[in-house]
Design a binder for this molecule. Structure first.
Ligand code: PA5
Length: 424
């Protein structure tokens, strides 16, 4: 199970006075299905449902793609994209020779970005996984039309075998298109919102194509959700939710999520959407930001140490490294680094982390620690389950519905009107 360390926040609040009663009530209403937005809590059961349902089909499709294609183009945005990218960059930051390259498109409207992908794709054999629950989101819909045309030109009538659609089980434009064209389909469940969907086919198909062991992910997620059902202040999700709500009430309105593994960058993007879209409503909500350490200590370190004292910091760490790498000894010691010779980079990094933590705490930034044993399938699954559950609990504790996103419609209305979409 994920471990939470609140000791770095002890000088900012009374850890014995955290509102665990509110966390317990929030957790209970989530499990009982009595909270607002309860029709979107299917993610709690998702790992088990996947194990009994689509997982085999996902693995089969991934094997087919891996055996015939050198690339998978994943078309999607927001919750239909960030989880898969977070997982793949975390667990397979550099694809091995046998792994297809995964390209992410449809997450913006930049012609330059699209043309960069087309250039890299060149004449590679490729498949497309289009992911959209609604089927009407502009960015992926436009990109998908372009890649559909490309597939048709490349493979003719066989193009349909190269398209995999992850969408609603029965409704929407994409589902209708898929049925008419005969594309293989995967389901975004009705009771799971985009930002909670990474453990469905939305995340699992691209992950499996990238060579991630999705069976191991699902098995670990089942265990993690079981462990997180604990009804006690020992539950790490309660601890994290209660601590951040308490800090928010004391004026810490911005939470920076940091990690010392650069491969965590897109997991932080996934986390930002999960927390930002779930909590930022009705004029309240912690603003989720992210940093990559140690790199950002040389850019954002000044602000964190010395800027407005509205920050809290949450640091994700992995307890053991995947490789070892010792600093070499040099007789001349011209760079003066022999005091580190023989020490592993992982230990040096751990010391840096402790030093930064102490400096930021003394500068007025409370520090919450989150750790998992390793940067592997189980660690990824544990982080996903933990962050999802803590987010829902934290949202309920703050009095919002953590499962809707009414605010994202405003820009869409304007944009479609200005683009001249019929009927708007
Ligand atoms: O979390 C969400 O609901 C959003 O981020 C959606 O996932 C995103 O807007 C994409 O929507 P769709 O999957 O319908 O294309």
């Amino acid at each position: 199970m994920v471990k939470v360390d609140l000791s770095g926040a002890a000088s900012f609040m009374d850890l014995n006075a955290l509102d665990y009663a509110a966390a317990a009530a929030a957790h209970r209403s989530l499990l009982d299905g009595t909270g607002e937005g309860h029709e979107f809590t299917g993610w709690l059961e998702l790992p088990r449902r996947m194990q009994e349902g689509e997982l085999k089909q996902i693995i089969n499709a991934a094997q087919r793609i891996r055996s015939r294609s050198r690339a998978l183009v994943v078309v999607g945005i927001g919750g239909s994209y960030l989880g898969a990218r977070g997982a793949i960059e975390l667990l397979r930051p550099i694809p091995s020779e046998n792994d297809p390259k995964i390209f992410f498109v449809g997450n913006g409207l930049s012609p330059d970005a699209l043309s960069d992908v087309l250039l890299q794709l060149g004449d590679m054999d490729f498949d497309v996984n289009v992911i959209s629950k609604s089927g009407t989101t502009l960015e992926p819909a436009v990109s998908f039309r372009i890649f559909r045309k490309l597939l048709k030109e490349k493979y003719g009538n066989a193009a349909k075998k190269h398209i995999f659609a992850t969408t609603d089980s029965s409704r929407g434009v994409l589902k209708a298109l898929a049925d008419a064209e005969g594309w293989e389909c995967f389901v975004v469940p009705d009771d799971v919102g985009g930002r909670y969907s990474v453990l469905s086919a939305v995340g699992l198909l691209p992950m499996a194509v990238a060579g991630i062991d999705v069976k191991a992910v699902i098995n670990a997620a089942i265990k993690e959700f079981e462990a997180l059902s604990l009804q006690s202040p020992d539950n790490p999700a309660w601890q994290y939710a209660a601590a951040r709500q308490q800090l928010y009430r004391s004026g810490k309105t911005i939470e920076i999520l940091g990690c010392y593994e650069p491969s965590f960058r897109f997991m932080a993007e996934w986390w930002k959407q999960l927390y930002g879209e779930s909590e930022g409503k009705n004029g309240i909500g912690i603003y989720p930001a992210s940093v990559e350490f140690t790199a950002d200590l040389h850019s954002m370190g000044q602000y964190i140490q010395d800027g407005p004292r509205t920050l809290m910091e949450t640091i994700v760490s992995f307890e053991r490294p995947n490789v070892s790498c010792a600093v070499p000894f040099e007789m001349a010691d011209a760079d003066g680094l022999n005091y580190l010779a023989g020490r592993d980079l992982f230990d040096i990094c751990a010391t840096a982390r402790e030093a930064v933590r102490a400096a930021h705490i003394s500068g007025g930034v409370p520090n919450l620690g989150i750790s998992v044993p390793a940067r592997d399938e189980a660690g990824f699954a544990a982080l996903v389950c933990f962050f999802e559950l803590a987010c829902a609990i934290s949202g309920y504790m703050s009095g919002v519905n953590p499962f809707d996103q009414p605010g994202v419609e405003a820009y869409k209305k304007n944009m479609f009107k200005m683009l001249g979409k019929p009927g708007i």
